[in-house]
Design a protein around this ligand. Structure first.
Ligand code: 9MR
Length: 565
């Protein structure tokens, strides 16, 4: 009896502490993997107050400061204030306390708060390899059997030609599973593979020394490049003999939440189209140049990429506007895109660098450049142009630079005015990847201009993803004290292991689909509308095109904190 009473009391106490701590955690938002030592650091405060103080681990007060004016963020329907902690630069653990409230939070300052995360973001792609067993020595408790050999996939009616009629068998093994589903899509693979290549192009010194403990780690190539190659090689299998490229290698409908080796439905290559072929041409053209220095380790591969790029490009010139339409019997990801002028621009830039063909000048003027996504790839063309200056005329570079920097400046202006210091002005499906891609653009702007405001803003983007956001989540699995746990990812859902596969960026809040978890009440504010439940395919899925900008950004800011300064 007495024991029962004590137990109840204990339970109540635990509940109370739980609720209390929760409230505390939510009121003071800090990046949960730590701040980067030598750079600016802001915390977002969600209780009204005037000032704050910071104590070091030894309980010494190291900073007293005023909070900024409060500002409203319409995306989360709240007013918040900022605590500027920038003057503290000594590595260590600290406590930030808000005067006049009982709110405080422990935070860390480190030389390299993003290095492990950068590694894990690449490793997540390894965990998502198709046709591949994840062995315990590389995958730890997330080891699993290989799934989807894809050595026999079938030509779908929508892709049938005389040479390859409906039902024709071909082999399309390897590549990464696109996301939480087990299918493989060319348009999404294009931007994802490119983003990995860009990370290598821009930060070779950083990436060449990173050991990710993947099976290829000792093959003499950088692990980042090895992981990229796993998807690139699959992409090569998706080209038809006439040069056109299939949209996807997919089952007719999504598989259930089972492990890869248990998902055995027939797979098809579906409908060639111009967007897929342009993305393919751009990616292969870029790869052909990137792989040149590795011709000893990878004999013939750069050449094969070049041939594939030229063939796809020629096909596009003959078939300039074939858009993907989802066949009636197919229900997997559509990735349909009705505006492909940005794809024409990106592929045009890559082809012009590869084969000395004309630069797509008219598109450079006409296009509206946006934050990169699978259906908005114009910026990738600008980035390639700006990072390969040598081969283009000074006048072309100037024009690319103007267009690119105009957009980068716009991002900074948005972040400077926003209550949360990020550049989002819309919450799309995969909003977190927009933050990551905006961070990527800022890092490119930083490299191009040398202006540190871009680096600082990219770091703020990283901090948003690791906890300085209205939900208080660190959106990267396996990192932070409150991180996404129940991602919409078939292996994570089916493996019987509590912890999700680590290193994945959850898609993030948005209000596009409010009904994916019918039993969960969703906030109408887009920045708060995130559900850490497996059912939430619209906010809690993971995807290769969301993880690769995280790879780029985490690596770039980790480089800034370590090798660079
Ligand atoms: O990322 C895609 C997003 O932009 C679309 O709005 C959404 C709905 O069509 O689809 C997303 O992509 C999904 C793809 O179709 C299938 N694999 C999972 C992708 C991430 O949710």
């Amino acid at each position: 009896m007495k024991n029962n009473y004590l137990m109840n009391l204990l339970t109540l106490a635990v509940l109370f502490i739980g609720v209390f701590c929760q409230a505390q955690t939510e009121s003071v938002l800090i990046p949960q993997t730590g701040y980067l030592a030598g750079m600016g650091k802001v915390a977002v405060i969600r209780v009204p107050a005037d000032s704050f103080w910071v104590t070091s681990a030894g309980n010494k007060v190291v900073l007293k400061g005023k909070l900024s004016e409060n500002k409203e963020w319409s995306f989360s329907g709240e007013k918040v204030q900022l605590a500027d902690l920038s003057v503290i630069s000594a590595v260590g653990d600290y406590t930030l306390s808000i005067r006049g409230t009982n709110q405080s939070r422990v935070f860390g300052i480190y030389q390299d708060p993003y290095g492990l995360l950068a590694n894990a973001a690449v490793k997540a792609l390894y965990y998502n390899r198709c046709s591949y067993p994840i062995l315990p020595e590389f995958g730890g408790k997330w080891a699993r059997k290989a799934g989807h050999p894809d050595t026999k996939v079938y030509v779908h009616a929508s892709a049938a030609t005389e040479a390859r009629p409906e039902g024709f068998e071909l082999s399309s093994p390897g590549g990464w599973y696109d996301a939480g589903d087990y299918n493989k899509y060319i348009v999404n693979s294009g931007i994802s593979t490119y983003t990995m290549m860009l990370a290598w192009d821009m930060y070779p010194e950083y990436w060449k020394s990173r050991n990710l403990n993947i099976p290829e780690s000792c093959n003499g190539l950088p692990d980042l490049v090895d992981e990229m190659l796993y998807n690139l090689r699959w992409m090569l299998t998706m080209q038809d003999t006439d040069g056109g490229v299939y949209h996807k290698c997919s089952t007719l409908q999504f598989e259930g939440f089972v492990m890869p080796d248990e998902a055995k439905n027939k797979r098809f290559v579906i409908q060639k189209n111009t967007a897929a072929s342009l993305d393919f041409a751009a990616t292969m053209a870029h790869a052909a140049r990137l792989l040149q220095p590795f011709s000893k380790e990878l004999p013939g591969l750069a050449d094969s990429c070049k041939k594939a790029a030229v063939k796809a490009w020629e096909w596009c010139r003959l078939n300039p506007a074939i858009l993907y339409t989802q066949p009636k019997d197919v229900g997997t990801g559509a990735y349909g895109d009705n505006n492909i002028s940005d794809e024409w621009f990106w592929a045009g830039v890559e082809m012009s660098l590869l084969t000395n063909s004309a630069f797509p000048d008219s598109l450079l003027e006409k296009l509206e450049f946006k934050t990169p996504t699978w259906n908005n790839v114009g910026q990738l063309g600008l980035i390639t142009a700006l990072t390969n200056k040598g081969q283009l005329s000074a006048e072309t570079i100037d024009r690319c630079n103007n267009r690119f920097m105009q957009y980068a400046d716009k991002l900074i202006a948005i972040a400077n005015n926003a209550a949360y210091p990020v550049s989002l002005d819309f919450f799309a499906w995969g909003s977190n990847s927009d933050v990551a891609n905006q961070g990527l653009l800022k890092m490119v702007a930083y490299e191009v201009s040398g202006d540190k405001k871009f680096l600082q803003s990219a770091i703020n983007d990283m901090n948003y993803l690791t906890g300085v956001n209205p939900t208080g989540y660190c959106y990267i699995t396996g990192f932070g004290e409150k991180s996404s746990m129940n991602i919409h990812h078939r292996p994570s859902g089916a493996d019987g292991i509590v912890d999700p596969v680590p290193g994945f960026l959850a898609g993030g809040p948005n209000t596009v689909v409010m009904t994916d978890c019918p039993d969960v009440k969703r906030s109408k504010f887009p920045a708060l509308s995130y559900v850490d439940e497996l059912c939430s395919y619209s906010t809690n899925e993971i995807a290769i095109n969301w993880n690769t900008p995280l790879v780029f950004l985490a690596g770039a800011v980790s480089y800034a904190g370590t090798l660079r300064y």
